[in-house]
Each structure stands twice: as C-alpha cells, then as structure tokens.
Design a protein. Sequence first.
Length: 292
Amino acid sequence: MTNPSGVPKGRHLDVNERGCSVRIYISADMEGVSGVVSWDQTGPECHAEYERARLLMTQEVNAAIEGAFKGGATYVLVNDSHGNMRNILIEHLDPRADLITGSPKPYGMMQGLDSTFHGCMFVGYHAMAGVEGVLSHTYAGSVLEYIINGQVMGETGMNAYFAGEMGVPVLFVSGDAAVAREAESLIPHVRTAQVKEAMGRAAAWCMPPQRARALIEETARQAVSLIGTVKPLIASRPVELALRFATAGQASAANLMPGTVRLDGLTLGFTAQNYTDAFRAARAMISLAART
Ligand SMILES: [Zn+2]
C-alpha cells in the first residue's frame, strides 16, 4: 500500500508536535478478551457467539489504540493475530490505525513489525499451554511446550523475543490474570491489564466491556511512557529451540524438517543462528505436525 507520495503506508515516520515519532504495534488475539471463555465463541463456525466475540475484540483493540494515542503515539499498526486472522471488524476500527488482516502470513502474530517501531502491545492474549488460564494454549493444540534456551514460554514470550530481536520492547499485555502473571515474570516493567480471571479453563470472572476498555485504555496510555524503560527481550545466540508435541505422531511429522533432532518421543530440538530463524523453524514444525 502506498500513499500519494509513494512512501509505503506505515513506514514513513509520523511526528507529533514535539517533532517525535512514536510508533506502536498491536498484536491482537481473542482468547484474552473479557467475556470470551469458550472455543464456542472463537471461530466463524460459531455464528452468533463469534460475531459478538469479534466485536468485543475490536472494541478492546480500539481501547488500546485510544490509550496509545493519548500516551503520545503518532502511528499505530494493528495485526489481527487470532485463528484465521480475519476477526477484527475493520468498519468499527479506530480510523487512526492501520490493520493487517488475513492469513497465512509469514510471521503470523507478528506480521508487519519492524525495527522502526518503538513498542508493542499485546491485546487479548492468553496463558501458555498447561497453565490454569482461560483457553490456555501455546500457538496450536499440538504444542505442549515451546522452549527457548531452556525456558518454557507461551505466545507472549514467543512473540516478545521476536520483537526483541528487532530492538522493540513489549510495553503492554491485556488478558486474564494468568497471562498477566506470565508477562510480568518475563518482561520487567511491562504494564498489564487484567480483564478477567479464570475459574477454570472455560470459565472466568469477567469485567463488563465498558470497564475492561477503560482499564485497557488507561494502562496502554501509561505504557507508552515506558519506551526507553522496558528493554527488548533478546535471546542469546545460538538459539536452542525445543518443541514438545502432544503426540509422537506430530513429533515424527515435524521431524521431517532438516536440522531437527528428536530429543525424546514427543520433543524435537533445533539450533538456530538467531531468534527469527528459531521462530520460523517453530512455525514450520507446527505446520508439519498439523498434517497428522
Ligand atoms: Zn487466539
């Protein structure tokens, strides 16, 4: 997409009245949105419940956009990061932001991020597989553990390290209390907005949308001021990736990828020269596993 000057949209450096450019990237998932507690709400096959959930998701994203601009952002790019990645209702999206919608896209939940951004916000995120959190999982149902240099992490960590390699810190995470704990233990100084608390994997104590949005907006506004305080997460090199699958069949399928090593019946290892390659390798391995 280009603007009339021929500069790719979103890549030119917008400036505020102080002459500063503050570019914020939002990765938006759905399982962490308040009111969403069941898989019956999270896919297009779920009809009426899904239509409600995608509107709630769009409105929480708008709250984060509002907070980002109130905090001093000059540009916001939103990447729809859930399921088919066509959930956000663009006709209801804050018109100041741009949206990446649809899939597949090479970098999935982090498509469109580059080193020109000053901070990331993760909206509607959920806890990692195996944790008591609302709809907790890691990337796909086939993955039990995603491990980087010996540390088990969920999508928050998986994507925060991707951003870190570009020098971009994660400033803000919203979702349930479990993902907030996960983010805070991983990213010093990150701001979190807890909009619900798990009462089971498919039940939660929820904030009604108006309060959830107010909390997200205010927390996102404050988070912009953390640029320069929150450090990017950078994985030491070489990066040792391990993926633990739910079944031996999935591990066997993923093991077709050259360079993967079978560590045990369920677990594959892969050594990458940098985190971006580890991230790409994990995505490739999970795609292969999905064929079983
Ligand atoms: Zn999702």
